[in-house]
Design a protein around this ligand. Structure first.
Ligand code: SF4
Ligand code: SF4
Length: 500
């Protein structure tokens, strides 16, 4: 039994509400109804981050909670980087409580732990974890959890630390070979698991034919349902998170979990895992090719290249060209899940053949590695390319003030990288954000300003550093360009996001 065992197995994700922005009253109203419907249908767990659904998800929940008396449990997520100390964590939780109109939340989530090193920072004296412990004592939160994007080995170590009562991880048929040891460790330690990306970030839903092997006799040929049942089949998994954008999607997801699995879960797990191992050109993530003498992470590269087998989906607000979409699908797991960004696009492979000899699927790893480095160069997916971009945009330009828009993961990375590449800047960093809730707040020890302050503060350049909304932000700031402020997007047309 874990802290999540009591919940209805479908958890409501809130990052895909049909809301375009704070003024989209229709979208907000639809989303409120969607939450009410989910709660009335038996859903009890709600996963929310303060910036989900154009930053409006917490507000939607507040409205929904006022309209229904159904029971619910909700998260408050605190990310290391944006917040660092126990006091920061408390301030962030208080903001969640205020926005959602609540006196407490059930689950405090240390949000997006990338690796063991970040975990150690969270656990430091006076850090985020200490803040969570204090809030637990005071009854502001019930349980301390985390969401993990680390490599399986680091996740296992974090599980074994027993710091967290519940964890949220990415898990699907695509990553099962890698993740099963993690699930087993969580199960042995009674740690609850909620699963994000149960359809492999959309890959399974977009390639139903390819993944139809997931269907057993009683799945009625519905690959998506079979894939969701597969995820729930492991006894460690208590919750499967489904981000829904309309009632149809909600109904469809509910239909999977309101009935027991028609196939014994252990049999389903074994059957699907056998089929995954038999897929042609598909890397199962078994990792037998590990141990490259040149330090090339061959299992991660080969698994990421599975994306090239399927039609690419629109992602990060990019609809085309197809090649860009393929690259996003392929490089996203390499950076996001593995933290891999090569120094340069030069392929260090010495063609020793060690990896190919070990490959259970007989894949052409040497050629695939060469192609991956070639593509990395093409889409500026290297540390060297990032350095050159910052040099081109900011270094020794005589700037006094540089504005970063918006503050968050991208701006933090830019500040850190600039320092690493060029030392202390000769200019002052300014942070801007469109969200009025952020104005006047400190983020990463710097004040956040609203766009109306751009003219008064006079930055020499405003660098739009997000990827997903860069064009929207560019358009909204164009008026300042007309008043003499230089506007630039960090990312070039073919470029991969610096943060996924
Ligand atoms: S062939 Fe290349 S990628 Fe494979 S193990 Fe040898 S150096 Fe590494
Ligand atoms: S050995 Fe083959 S199937 Fe296994 S992880 Fe490496 S490339 Fe993938």
């Amino acid at each position: 039994m874990s802290i999540f065992s009591k919940h209805f197995p479908l958890g409501l994700g809130t990052s895909r509400f049909p809301i375009s922005g704070p003024n989209d009253t229709k979208g907000i109203e639809k989303s409120v109804q969607l939450v009410c419907k989910a709660l009335e249908s038996g859903v009890t767990y709600i996963d929310v981050g303060y910036n989900y659904s154009a930053g409006m998800a917490p507000f939607v929940l507040k409205e929904a909670f006022q309209q229904t008396d159904r029971p619910f449990s909700v998260t408050a997520k605190v990310m290391y980087g944006q917040d660092r100390t126990a006091d920061d964590a408390r301030r962030r939780v208080e903001l969640y409580l205020k926005t959602m109109g609540l006196k407490k939340v059930q689950y405090f989530t240390c949000w997006t732990i990338w690796n063991y090193c970040i975990f150690e920072k969270i656990m430091k004296k006076g850090g985020i974890y200490e803040g969570a412990l204090r809030m637990k004592e005071e009854g502001i939160i019930d349980h301390i959890c985390c969401s993990l994007h680390a490599v399986p080995g680091d996740i296992q170590k974090i599980i074994e630390s027993k710091a967290f009562e519940g964890i949220t991880i990415s898990y699907s048929m695509l990553s099962a070979a890698n993740m099963l040891p993690v699930l087993d460790a969580a199960y042995e330690n009674d740690i609850g698991i909620s699963v994000m990306n149960p359809l492999g970030g959309g890959v399974i839903a977009q390639n139903k034919e390819y993944f139809s092997f997931a269907c057993g006799d009683k799945d009625e040929g519905n690959t998506v349902h079979a894939a969701l049942r597969f995820v729930k089949a492991h006894p460690a998994v208590d919750l499967v998170l489904g981000g829904v954008k309309n009632e149809e999607e909600l109904k469809d997801s509910l239909s999977v979990f309101t009935r027991p699995d028609p196939e014994p879960p252990a049999e389903r797990l074994e059957r699907v895992m056998k089929s995954v191992a038999g897929l042609e050109d598909f890397c199962t993530g078994c990792k037998y090719c590990e141990g490259c003498p040149q330090g090339i992470p061959t299992p991660a590269i080969m698994q990421a290249r599975n994306a090239l087998l399927f039609a690419p989906a629109a992602s990060y607000n990019r609809m085309e060209p197809e090649e860009l979409l393929y690259h996003i699908q392929m490089f996203r797991p390499l950076l996001h899940d593995e933290g891999w960004l090569p120094e340069t696009a030069e392929n260090p492979c010495i063609k020793c053949g060690k990896c190919e000899k070990q490959c259970t699927q007989k894949l052409g790893i040497i050629e695939a590695v060469a192609d991956t480095y070639r593509r990395a160069g093409q889409v500026y997916f290297t540390k060297e390319a990032h350095k050159e971009r910052l040099r081109e945009l900011l270094y020794q330009k005589g700037y006094k003030k540089v504005g970063l828009y918006p503050n968050g993961g991208f701006s933090n990375l830019i500040i850190r990288l600039y320092q690493e590449f060029f030392g202390e800047p000769e200019f002052e960093w300014l942070q801007f954000n469109s969200d009025p809730k952020m104005w006047g707040q400190m983020a990463d020890e710097r004040l956040v300003h609203g766009p109306d302050e751009i003219i008064g503060l006079k930055p020499d350049i405003v660098l739009i550093c997000t990827y997903k909304y860069d064009q929207d932000i560019f358009d909204s700031l164009r008026q300042y360009e007309e008043q003499g402020v230089r506007l630039e997007k960090l990312h070039r047309a073919e470029e991969m996001p610096w943060v996924f």
